[in-house]
Design a protein around this ligand. Structure first.
Ligand SMILES: CCCCC/C=C\C/C=C\C/C=C/C(=O)SCCNC(=O)CCNC(=O)[C@H](O)C(C)(C)COP(=O)(O)OP(=O)(O)OC[C@H]1O[C@@H](n2cnc3c(N)ncnc32)[C@H](O)[C@@H]1OP(=O)(O)O
Length: 302
C-alpha cells in the first residue's frame, strides 16, 4: 500500500513536463565503466551516473550547481536514477557523491519553501518524503562519499546511506542545523539522526543546530570515517567491496529489520506530516525567518 502511494508520487513526477526525457541521457563511456565493456554514463541534467558493471557499483554524482540544493526537479531526477539502478540487476551498490566542488549538498532548496502557494509546499514535501523513504529503504548498498559541506537536508541524505566517508577539510561541516534558520527538523529527520548517533547527542545537536567539522563528526558518529580529500572516492570503493562481500539477501533483510520501524512511522503519518509541514512553513514568522536567512546568504557575497 505504502509502496503504491510512493509509486504514484514518482509516476506523477515523471509525467511533469520538466521530468520528461530524463530517463536516459546517454553520455560518454564512464571512467569507471568497468574496463571498457561499453556501458555508458547515463543520468539526467542534474544527476550523473557512472556505472562500473564489473564491480556491480554505480557512482551517482549530484550536479545541481551552485550548491546542490534539493529542489523539486533535482529530487525527482535523483529518484529516477535510484529507481533505474535498483531495477537493473547489474548493480548492488551506489556511491553517492557530489560534482559541485566543496559542496555535498546545501540541503532543501529554500526557494521551494519561501513565498510559494500551499499546493506547492504539498508537492515539494511529498518529494522530500519520497526521497528519504526510497534512499533509507533501498535494497542497494548506499555509501556516501561526502566531498563538501553538508547541512540539514544534505546531512539527512547522507544519513540515509549505509556508510559515510567524509573528506578531512575543516570547511566540510555536517549536521542538522534547522534551528539556526528558525525552523524545526521534522520527526523523521530527528529519528534518522537518533538511529545514527543516539538520543542525547541528537538532542544537543538538533537544539543547537550544530554543524560538525570532520573530527567532531567522526567523534559523535555522524560519519563513519574521515579521510584525506583525495582518498574519499577510493575509500568509498574499498568500503563498498567489503559490504558487497556479504550475501545480499542476508544484508538486505538485516537493513530492513533495522530501518523499517523508523520508515513505518512516516509511512503511517505521511499525510499528517505534510499538513504539519505546510501549516508550519506558511506561518508568517517562519516565512520571515527563511527570507531573512536567504537574504543573509545573498549579502554574504557583497
Ligand atoms: C514542529 C513542526 C515541524 C514541522 C517541520 C517544518 C519545517 C522544517 C522543514 C524543513 C527542514 C529543512 C531542511 C533544510 O535542508 S533547510 C536548508 C538548510 N541549508 C543551509 O542552511 C545551507 C545554506 N547555505 C549555505 O550555508 C551556503 O550556501 C553553503 C552551502 C555553505 C555554500 O556556501 P558558498 O559560499 O559556496 O555559496 P553561497 O552561500 O554564496 O550560495 C550560492 C547560491 O546558492 C544559494 N543557496 C545556498 N543554499 C541554498 C539553499 N539551501 N537553497 C536555495 N538556495 C541556496 C545562495 O543563496 C546563493 O544564491 P545567489 O542567488 O546569491 O547566487
Amino acid at each position: 500500500m505504502a509502496l503504491a502511494v510512493g509509486m504514484r508520487v514518482l509516476t506523477r513526477a515523471l509525467l511533469r513536463p520538466w521530468a520528461r526525457g530524463l530517463r536516459v541521457a546517454p553520455g560518454r563511456t564512464g571512467p569507471a565503466a568497468g574496463g571498457g565493456d561499453g556501458m555508458r554514463c547515463f543520468g539526467s541534467p542534474r544527476v550523473l551516473v557512472e556505472p562500473d558493471p564489473a564491480a556491480g557499483v554505480a557512482v551517482v554524482k549530484m550536479r545541481n550547481p551552485p550548491v546542490n540544493s534539493l529542489s523539486l526537479e533535482f529530487l525527482t531526477e535523483l529518484l529516477i536514477s535510484l529507481e533505474k539502478l535498483e531495477n537493473d540487476k547489474t548493480f548492488h551498490g551506489i556511491i553517492l557523491t557530489s560534482d559541485c566542488p566543496g559542496i555535498f549538498s546545501a540541503g532543501l532548496d529554500l526557494t521551494e519553501m519561501c513565498g510559494r502557494k500551499p499546493e506547492h509546499y504539498v508537492e515539494y514535501w511529498k518529494a522530500v518524503q519520497e526521497t528519504w523513504l526510497r534512499f533509507y529503504l533501498s535494497n542497494l548498498v548506499v555509501i556516501a562519499a561526502i566531498n563538501g559541506v553538508s547541512p540539514a537536508g544534505g546531512c539527512l541524505l547522507s544519513l540515509t546511506c549505509d556508510y559515510r566517508v567524509l573528506a578531512n577539510n575543516p570547511k566540510y561541516t555536517i549536521g542538522l542545523n534547522e534551528t539556526l534558520l528558525g525552523i524545526v527538523a521534522p520527526f523523521w529527520f530527528k529519528d534518522t539522526m537518533v538511529n545514527t548517533i543516539g538520543h542525547r547527542a541528537t538532542e544537543r545537536a538538533l537544539q543547537l543546530g550544530l554543524l560538525f567539522p570532520p573530527a567532531e563528526a567522526l567523534r559523535v558518529g555522524v560519519v563513519d570515517q574521515v579521510v584525506p580529500e583525495d582518498q574519499v572516492q577510493s575509500t568509498a570503493r574499498s568500503v563498498m567491496a567489503q559490504w558487497l562481500a556479504i550475501p545480499d539477501h542476508a544484508r538486505q533483510l538485516t537493513k530492513t529489520l533495522m530501518r523499517k520501524p523508523t520508515a513505518d512511522r512516516l509511512l503511517t503519518e505521511r499525510d499528517a506530516d505534510i499538513q504539519t509541514f505546510v501549516r508550519f512553513i506558511c506561518r508568517d514568522s517562519v516565512q520571515k525567518s527563511l527570507h531573512a536567512y536567504l537574504e543573509k546568504l545573498k549579502q554574504k557575497k557583497g
